[in-house]
Ligand binder design. Sequence first.
Ligand SMILES: [Fe+2]
Length: 210
Amino acid sequence: MLQPTFLTGKLHDMGIRSWRTELVLDRYAQLVQSLSSHYDPNDTNMSYNEQVQESVKDYFINSVKQAGVEYAYLLRHLPQVEKWAKKLLNLYPQADEDVVLCGVWSHDIGQVIGDKETDHAINSEIEIKRFLTEQGAKPDFIDKVEHCARSHRCKDVQPSSLEAKILAVADSASHMTDTVYLDMFSRGDYDSALGKLERDYRDVGIFPEL
Ligand SMILES: [Fe+2]
């Protein structure tokens, strides 16, 4: 990186010594100093949990791709959930964003991994624990993400943390801005579609301001 002293010297050598040049170089020197204090070539600018989050996202996408075309809807669903989760994170900045976004990308992994007879929220919980442990995530972080996935259906386990509530609401809201009900109607699953709509409407009510 060019140093301001080098530039200043060069300009002075060239006879360019106006107050404007000095002002610009002063500002440049401040910028270099400020940037240098933050610059670490080994730093990827990602926190540890952000790196875990990226791993979860990659793992989920690869798992869905390997699971086959019948699960392709998840590749559309997850970005929708992420969009709603980020909207809610703006409303609730005290929530742990890393936990929420890991939950977003992993909460439906149980649809493509695990026993088909078991609730996918349970399968997701098991798979998240296995994957995040393998990634070396901290036990406390794993517990929080696990709870998000386990409770996202607001069924037998209710979301108790703010992060889990955000995921549950984001998941339900995403169904309303996607084609989920129409897809079910088009398959003739009228009762299932109406039941799902009612549950989603109930769960979005966790945050009445939505
Ligand atoms: Fe979902």
